[in-house]
Ligand binder design. Structure first.
Ligand SMILES: [Zn+2]
Length: 322
């Protein structure tokens, strides 16, 4: 039996077919073109999924289920996407629409949650009973996996780590609040802090590496300048990893998971990032005599979306434990 995983992003729809262990057999991508009507986007999702199925050498009869990851909130009773800002979707019947083209069980979940599920099935948190995935991208997403299953919450709104308040009266967030965690821990935040530091220290390596153009400053430049020992960049990196350690500490304090996985663009900073956070977390722990869960970097990269969606299908279809 095989599973179809569809990862819907603001710019790209990635479809793939996996085996029962989450190994990708084939994949097909297409543009989301999110400004189009919902039905047109779903039709392209189905076309790409069926093309991937044909490429895998399997037939529709071999498909156990279809999983879909979205950058938003969904419910799986009726298969409705409740809210998805990037795509402009609000209460859309994704399962019903997709079933017009693919007559298989369809399950939907948040993309960060599914990336966490993927890592817990086929990645760095494989075999862990509990894990929390933190994605450090444009925003900050979270995924909670308990006993091998995603924890979506009673209303489907759980694990929105990015919008936990980290600073009272802090930096305004797109959600309308101030001081949300993602204003300090996202790639966007790292870039903002990098630009502020470059403005304050024009002789900094950050600005040199950006060709003297503040608009060119990105997260990688800030990290690379810090790696080379530039004082302004090191100060930004220290502040950023302190915020990240506080985020990890919040997760540990609340859930104490076996593994905490850092994913998303900033996690490409690798051991330089992970080691800095690992060093800072112990000092923040409530129970200092106890250790905390393993802090790891995600290993599945862009494939996590397809794998997680496909494994959601496998999990929800049979109700079996992974
Ligand atoms: Zn927010």
């Amino acid at each position: 039996m095989v599973f179809i995983g569809i990862d819907v992003g603001g710019t790209k729809i990635a479809c793939g077919v996996t085996d029962e262990e989450g190994v990708i057999l084939s994949r097909v991508s297409t543009g989301t073109l999110a400004h189009r009507p919902f039905a047109a986007v779903v039709r392209d999702m189905a076309d790409a999924a069926l093309e991937a199925l044909a490429q895998s050498g399997h037939e529709i009869a071999d498909v156990g289920a279809v999983g879909v990851g979205i950058p938003g909130v969904a419910e799986n009773v009726n298969g409705t996407v409740i809210f998805c800002t990037n795509l402009g979707w609000e209460n859309v019947p994704l399962r019903r629409e997709l079933n017009r083209y693919i007559d298989k069980p369809v399950f939907i979940d948040n993309d960060a949650t599914l990336a966490g599920l993927a890592e817990s099935v086929a990645g760095v948190s494989r075999g862990a009973a509990s894990s929390v995935f933190i994605t450090l991208g444009t925003g900050v997403g979270g995924g909670i996996i308990l006993n091998g299953r995603p924890w979506a919450g009673a209303q489907g709104a759980a694990s929105e780590l990015g919008h936990m308040t980290l600073c009272i009266d802090g930096v305004p967030c797109s959600c309308g609040k101030k001081g949300c965690l993602e204003r300090y821990c996202s790639a966007t935040a790292l870039i903002r802090m990098g630009r502020e530091a470059a403005a304050e220290h024009p002789d900094s390596l950050i600005l040199t590496m950006a060709g003297g153009e503040p608009d060119n400053i990105n997260g990688k430049i800030v990290v690379d300048a810090a790696r080379q020992g530039d004082p302004a960049a090191l100060s930004v990196f220290d502040r950023y990893t302190t915020y990240l350690a506080l985020a990890v500490n919040n997760v540990v304090t609340f859930l104490d998971p076996e593994v905490i996985v850092l994913g998303g663009g900033v996690s490409q900073a690798g051991a330089f990032l992970a080691d800095a956070v690992r060093e800072k977390v112990p000092g923040l722990l409530l129970f200092k005599a106890l250790s905390f869960g393993r802090l790891e970097l995600a290993v599945l990269g862009n494939e996590a979306g397809i794998i997680g969606a496909a494994m959601l299908g496998r999990l929800m279809r049979g109700g079996e434990t992974l």
